[in-house]
Design a protein around this ligand. Structure first.
Ligand SMILES: *Cc1c(COP(=O)(O)O)cnc(C)c1O
Length: 479
């Protein structure tokens, strides 16, 4: 484009006022805030200016047509008005996927939201006595009932629970922990750092692979405030290893009159070994072994909302309640509602494994996964094989969320093998889809694991794959 031509194009850029007077744009104003429409107009005009400057895209004389520009503004307004947080389809097979929101709430829990969220509640009001009450009582009873703990309390998440416990029980004192348990969870939560924050002094004992009761015993001194056990969560040391188990540590704590705390990470109430999965200590096990304080997440294997659950001795929990920090870490009423309703389901374990999506997805049988995968395969039907081919495949899913890192659960996948479309192009197209479909790429194939795809989402995923094929057919031979 010659400089003179550019000048001509710049002159043709419509004025903001003229654009806003166009009937099609005036139609946007009752539906969207004026500020948003104005922002869209400015952004579209800026884009046109950059295109002219770069000498691109305006060979088409209708490119600056008022109708076309106002159409672009309409699209831009819609784009700017989209919510940022939105549902996605989890086709990764990772059940407790922290980046995708961890646990899905049970249907029965969701139904309780509307009346509570849209109305007042007895959150901190004692209806019997007509005086101020405690928000924590709404879950304390059911937690005690399920786990056998003496007392219970809840905070924002498990990281907060650990921080609060250390701050309350060991500020300015020593906390003894095994070198094999100094875990980092998801980059932002590291046991040594949380310890520092709480003002407790960490005393590391043992080695990376082996820690003996003697190691703790020798480290115990007049300043020892707490013996801490931390679930290794997302890693495991194999081979020549030894950790002091909970009963042995409890025994040691009792002999020296020092409380013992266990950060279980992803606590669970269900013994998975009953369902032929790996044995994980349940919360009930740890409580019955006499640990003084136990903490775990609400939204990992428990399958509830984000929360940190703390169980333990009455006097210690009482100390937590009185800590000023508790106010800053306190749980929101909607979370409390979701937690209470999820916990209530656990009174009947059969109901829990049927109704709590996290448990249901973990315990899906290979047979039902196969049926689901076949259904997805059939729903996609026949598509143009030039772009990609797809087939059923066997694979493995993971629990995620730092729970059972060594457990691979056999599953069924829909595998897309590249043709004209590369695996990378297919993965990013699916991610840009509405709703986004999050898949994994492995060995140049896009894998869609049906374990974490909900039944109601199967048609959406099938239509997306059909649309992906149609998109591929419009593209040039290589992408
Ligand atoms: C996941 C985890 C945490 C953090 O829990 P959040 O609920 O994510 O805050 C702390 N400790 C351990 C051992 C964990 O596995």
């Amino acid at each position: 484009m010659l400089p003179g031509e550019k000048k001509e194009w710049f002159k043709k850029i419509p004025a903001v006022d003229r654009l806003l007077d166009m009937p099609s744009l005036a139609g946007l104003l009752p539906r969207y805030p004026r500020s948003l429409v104005l922002k869209a107009v400015h952004q579209v005009l800026d884009e046109i200016r950059s295109e002219i400057k770069a000498g691109e895209g305006l060979e088409d004389p209708t490119g600056l047509n008022m109708e076309r520009v106002s159409e672009k503004v309409g699209e831009k307004v819609e784009f700017l008005n989209r919510p940022s947080l939105k549902p996605v389809v989890n086709a990764t097979g990772i059940v407790v996927h922290t980046n995708l929101g961890r646990s899905l709430l049970a249907e029965g829990v969701l139904q309780k939201f509307r009346p509570l969220a849209g109305g007042y509640s007895n959150l901190e009001f004692d209806l019997n006595r007509g005086v101020r009450g405690s928000r924590y009582i709404h879950v304390e009873g059911v937690l005690k009932e399920i786990t056998g703990a003496e007392a219970a309390m809840v905070v924002n998440n498990n990281a907060a629970a650990v921080l609060l416990c250390l701050d309350t029980l060991a500020k300015g004192r020593e906390v003894i922990v095994s070198r094999g348990q100094l875990v980092e969870i998801g980059g932002s939560f590291r046991i040594p750092d949380v310890m520092k924050r709480s003002g407790a002094k960490m005393v590391e004992v043992g080695t990376t692979n082996k820690t003996h009761p003697d190691d703790y015993e020798q480290a115990i001194g007049p300043d020892t405030g707490l013996l801490l056990r931390v679930h290794q969560s997302n890693f495991q040391i194999v081979g020549f290893t030894e950790q002091v188990d909970t009963p042995a540590l409890v025994n040691l704590g009792r002999r020296h009159g020092i409380p013992v705390m266990e950060d279980l990470g992803s606590g669970c109430f269900v013994d998975f070994s009953k369902y032929n999965l790996l044995k994980e200590p349940t919360v009930q096990d740890v409580v019955s072994q006499g640990v003084d304080i136990v903490t775990f997440s609400g939204d990992k294997m428990l399958g509830g909302p984000q929360a940190g659950i703390i169980l333990g001795r009455n006097d210690l929990i009482d100390g937590l309640r009185k800590n000023q920090l508790t106010r800053a870490l306190r749980i929101d009423k909607l979370t409390l509602l979701a937690l209470e309703e999820t916990l209530r389901i656990y009174r009947d374990e059969k109901a829990a494994v049927r109704e709590i999506p996290t448990l249901r997805m973990i315990l899906q049988s290979p047979g039902s996964l196969k049926v689901k995968a076949r259904r997805l395969f059939r729903l996609v039907g026949t598509v143009d094989k030039e772009n990609f081919t797809f087939d059923l495949a066997e694979g493995d899913s993971k629990v995620g969320g730092g729970a059972l890192p060594l457990l691979s659960m056999p599953t069924f996948l829909l595998a897309l093998s590249p043709g004209r479309l590369s695996a990378h192009a297919m993965e990013s197209w699916l991610r840009a889809h509405d709703p986004p479909i999050i898949a994994r790429v492995e060995k140049e194939r896009v894998l869609l694991d049906v374990r974490t795809i909900q039944d109601r989402e199967l048609e959406t995923v099938a239509h997306a794959i059909q649309a992906l094929a149609a998109y591929g057919s419009k593209m040039q031979p290589t992408l």
